[in-house]
Design a protein around this ligand. Structure first.
Ligand code: FEO
Length: 121
């Protein structure tokens, strides 16, 4: 697995394109929500929004993969489930270490895992 640089400032950029419009739009929202946690570490609302967006995105993405009989579905879903379990345990104020971990996780996930479904859904 390649270790990609997370963008700084932290926002979606075209190198993260998966070429499905809704998925790219949702990814943009995930970047924004993690950026927001980083700048509002005490905000329970920012944390909750990020958790909700992440669950919604993963569910939508899994639905598409499932309908396309995507061969990597099971492993991909397990990776999603693991991150949701991690995210659901976070509390405010969110630590520097956690903000870094989550921001980096999303960048690595899109490029190493989501990219594998490009052109297959
Ligand atoms: Fe776009 Fe697998 O998350």
């Amino acid at each position: 697995m390649v270790n990609y640089a997370a963008p700084e400032p932290y926002r979606w950029e075209t190198s993260f394109m998966v070429f499905y419009e809704r998925l790219d739009d949702e990814h943009k929202g995930l970047f924004q929500s993690l950026f927001s946690i980083g700048t509002n570490r005490d905000s329970k609302a920012a944390l909750k929004k990020c958790q909700d967006l992440m669950v919604g995105h993963f569910n939508y993405e899994q639905g598409i993969m499932s309908r396309a009989n995507y061969s990597g579905f099971k492993e991909h879903k397990e990776i999603h489930d693991g991150f949701i379990a991690h995210l659901s345990k976070l509390t405010t104020p969110v630590s520097d270490e956690e903000v870094f971990y989550c921001k980096n996780w999303l960048a690595q996930h899109i490029k190493n895992i989501d990219f594998a479904y490009r052109g297959k859904l």
